[in-house]
Design a protein around this ligand. Structure first.
Ligand code: GLP
Length: 273
């Protein structure tokens, strides 16, 4: 097994290991009097990680007072109270449980792309989002899940299909692929677009932790990172070129890959053009 791939027995073990890594980083930075900038993801995959972070906050004094967060994406247009809103999801899964009090995260340190911004102001909103990241020194650790079609954030395979180089993709409004509309239960909601960090934005993070769990992800994990080498049709494959990217997945998600040296054959070959 290479150090860029860790396979845990199940979802809980994967979530615990992810939370441990986040907590170590926060504690280390707190000791040095530095802030920790986290990139966060939504979806079912990081739910266990957030649950464990809440437990560490409640039971093991983990201090979020100097943590700054940037979420990967949000649907657009989408009100914060909408059942699909990532603002609502993040509040319910994490922020509402770790806010207020001495060790709590500060509301002004939480950043999520807005689902409410008017169309004419989207571009400005996206530029400002990236600017804020820069102002705080960039993302220390970006948590990423993977869509069944290989998307990261909402960077869909279609966004690369026209030959657009990944390093030109920054935070922007995107059309969701039909596969994502179906997979994310958006039929009937009218939601067809999102605002997402770009692949380049994600690649600028100092480190990236990609999580994947369950049999539903086995095929895309193999297609993206498996023995056949890198598949650039899967946006997640670009992460193999990140110097500090780590895949933390469970046995079920790893079921189709060759766990030996073939895994992540293509690591390191993606260059910035
Ligand atoms: C959504 C998010 C992605 C996430 C993906 C996988 O589309 N935009 O960031 O990684 O879903 O979701 P899940 O973890 O539920 O499989």
């Amino acid at each position: 097994m290479s150090d860029w791939l860790t396979i845990k027995s199940d979802y809980d073990a994967m979530s615990e290991a992810a939370a441990k890594q986040v907590a170590i980083l926060i504690r280390e930075n707190n000791r040095k009097g530095k802030s920790t900038v986290l990139g966060l993801a939504t979806g079912s995959t990081p739910t266990g990680l957030y649950k464990e972070l809440v437990r560490l906050y409640e039971e093991e004094q983990l201090d979020f007072s100097n943590v700054i967060t940037f979420n990967l994406d949000n649907y657009w247009p989408c009100d914060d109270a909408h059942e699909k809103s990532y603002v609502k999801e993040m509040n319910e899964k994490l922020f509402d449980h770790i806010i207020g009090g001495e060790r709590g995260i500060k509301r002004e340190n939480i950043h999520i792309p807005s689902g409410k911004v008017v169309e004419d102001a989207i571009e400005e909103h996206c530029i400002a989002y990236e600017e804020k990241m820069k102002q705080v020194g960039g993302i220390d650790l970006q948590i990423v899940g993977i869509g069944k079609n290989g998307h990261i954030g909402f960077n869909e395979p279609e966004h690369l299909a026209d030959g657009t180089p990944w390093y030109k993709l920054r935070t922007r409004k995107v059309d969701l692929s039909p596969a994502t509309i179906k997979a994310n239960g958006l039929d009937g909601t009218g939601i067809k677009s999102a605002i997402t960090m770009g692949i380049d934005t994600i690649m600028q993070a100092k480190s990236v932790l990609l999580l994947a769990s369950g049999p539903d992800k086995a095929q895309i994990i193999n297609e993206t990172f498996g023995a056949e080498g890198l598949n650039l049709k899967s946006p997640a494959g670009i992460l193999a070129g990140h110097e500090h990217c780590h895949l933390l997945i469970d046995e079920a998600a790893a079921a189709a890959i060759d766990k030996g040296e073939a895994a992540i054959k293509g690591k390191g070959v993606i260059a910035r053009g």
